[in-house]
Unconditional design. Structure first.
Length: 135
């Protein structure tokens, strides 16, 4: 229970900063619902699969296509690191978890998009067993 509350409290500052430095066209993400379970998973995945190299306390939101600003299932913002995952994936928690891992790779390699380096990293995650309980 301590981890749950510490993660929630730790989210407050990044969300306030996010609101100030995010480009205006993306500030409506703050209207999205904070994805508490995914925030906790982010911390666990960061430790287990990324050796805590990703930023701590990245705000993660459930959002609509309007929040995402794209037709994708999720998006990652780099100006102020944040992840937004489509509301519809709440009904498919395993897909949401795989999507979170995907977006975490984008945080690790922000300039790579879906190129060779990205694919190599995704395959490494699979070899590490990150998707074993999700397929």
């Amino acid at each position: 229970m301590g981890t749950y509350w510490s993660v929630l409290v730790a989210q407050w500052v990044p969300i306030c900063l996010f609101r100030r430095i995010m480009p205006k066209k993306h500030r409506n993400i703050i209207g999205g619902e904070i994805a508490v379970k995914l925030i906790l998973l982010y911390a666990a995945y960061n430790e287990k699969y990324f050796r805590n190299k990703l930023p701590d306390n990245v705000p993660i939101f459930w959002g609509t296509k309007e929040h995402l600003g794209t037709d994708n299932m999720a998006t990652c913002f780099y100006t102020a690191p944040a992840i937004v995952i489509l509301n519809d994936l709440k009904e498919f928690p395993n897909v949401a978890k795989m999507t979170l891992l995907h977006e975490m790779v984008h945080l690790e390699f922000p300039k790579v998009k879906h190129g060779r380096e990205f694919k190599i990293r995704m395959r490494k995650l699979a070899r590490q067993g990150s998707f074993d309980d999700l397929w």
